[in-house]
Design a protein around this ligand. Sequence first.
Ligand code: FAD
Ligand code: NAD
Length: 470
Amino acid sequence: MSGVRVMSEGTYDLVVIGGGPGGYVCAIKAAQLGLKTACIEKRGALGGTCLNVGCMPSKALLHSSHLYHEARHEMAAHGISVGEVTLDLDAMMDNKDKVVEGLTKGIEGLFKKNKVDYVRETGTIIAPGKVKAGDRELTARSIVIATGSESTPLPGVEIDEKRVVSSTGALDLDAVPGHLVVVGAGVIGLELGSVWGRLGSEVTVVEFLDHITPGMDAEVAKNLQRILTKQGMTFRLSTKVAAIDNSGERLKVSLEPAAGGDAETLECDTVLVAIGRRPYTEGLGLDNVGIATDRRGMIEVGDHFETSVEGIHAIGDVVRGPMLAHKAEEEGVAVAELLAGQKPHVNYDAIPGVIYTAPEVASVGRTEEQLKEAGIEYRVGKFPFLANSRARATGQTDGFVKLLVDASTDRVLGCHIIGADAGTVIGEVVLAMEYGASSEDIARTCHAHPTLEESVKEAALAAFAKPIHM
Ligand code: FAD
Ligand code: NAD
């Protein structure tokens, strides 16, 4: 879209509905590319789930609770005595709230800098090219839906966000629960279970399947479960929550074997329901224009993020693919470039996923299970952090790097890391995969010493020749 146009107020090249990582990034990029852009966000703050009740508050609490745990249990081994360590939960929560406020205000600043109009209302599509926002009607050549997701409810269980909480309530408890039951051994359950476990809760994780973190490389998942169990988390696998009785002072959670059988009751103070997230489209007016959704309520899109209605695109958690902030951001940039006449591409084979437990878990590309199922011949290069000098120096020797490469071409197909800073270490493998690198390419790249990243080089050496340090 180029050339000079005279536009009346409320007329835009692009109206983005939703100000999360998908929507705000799309709006900024579109404005940078010269499109007159508005972003409608109803929650009163920009940044969506991620900045307000997701990635950022959870990472602030993960960091704070990790420091508390280190002060109590790990510093002595380094010769540091800190005396009695006490917890001021209110101060910890205030710090988290300040982090969130600073970040959301920062996005407002970016909107001003890039001349994106920020509309603090609920956006409802009333016709192609027309969006109602409060008492305003905005006209747009293109509309991008980026309305995100919400917690999936557990049938028959009422979330009061005080005692029976979703992730939102679990980020804002006013006291450390004596016993926290987490329903769902996924990313949220393990991250927020870790936070409260470090702060003193007994944590029991109830998972329907017979393994944790479905979709993760099975060897890594097993190791993660072993390490978290050592940290004090209890896992009840192949088990479902049949009911929660909230009538008494303590909650009574009825557990049943997933395959059926006798129920048993757990008493606890707080239940976190973290069984996944579902697309959010309430009040968006999909029916007004006939936008197609699938049976899970996800907006159906084609390869260029186009919905079933011309001029309306959709990105982020509300469409297929992993529900991750950086995936939403990539799609936001891509759709903005597309609307500006460019030919962008999102490489879904190179989107990393990180679980911010201690140690972290990071993965990109295919798992061994997926390669086997697809009948692809592969080689494995593995290297333990126990043999990495930096990990030895800092005492963070749990875990390993596992690199999966094509048996005939040596091209990197996937990487799975459990270990300290795994989320950072995986970065070089993502870049390598983006450029179609082989394990030999990684192994012949000079890595600084001593770094945890040297374990990636050694895993690459193990895949194409032999590791030096093992
Ligand atoms: P959202 O961030 O959900 O934003 C959508 C926005 O649209 C919301 O602000 C909503 O208010 C607004 N909206 C909805 N309907 C309307 C309407 N009709 N009009 C106006 N506004 C509307 N991902 C990671 O990559 N890393 C992490 O560490 C991570 N941690 C997480 C921790 C938790 C506890 C949770 C819950 C999620 C986490 N995620 C993480 C996932 C991440 O938050 C989402 O993938 C990401 O926010 C999706 O971005 P989005 O823009 O698609 O949607
Ligand atoms: P999830 O899909 O990661 O895990 C849900 C777990 O609940 C699964 O193990 C599933 O088998 C289990 N489950 C489902 N129904 C159940 C039931 N009735 N009883 C017991 N267990 C049941 O979902 P989540 O942890 O809620 O996270 C939602 C999304 O948020 C994820 O898609 C994730 O991508 C995103 N997220 C990402 C990060 C991160 O990137 N670090 C952090 C938090 C959330």
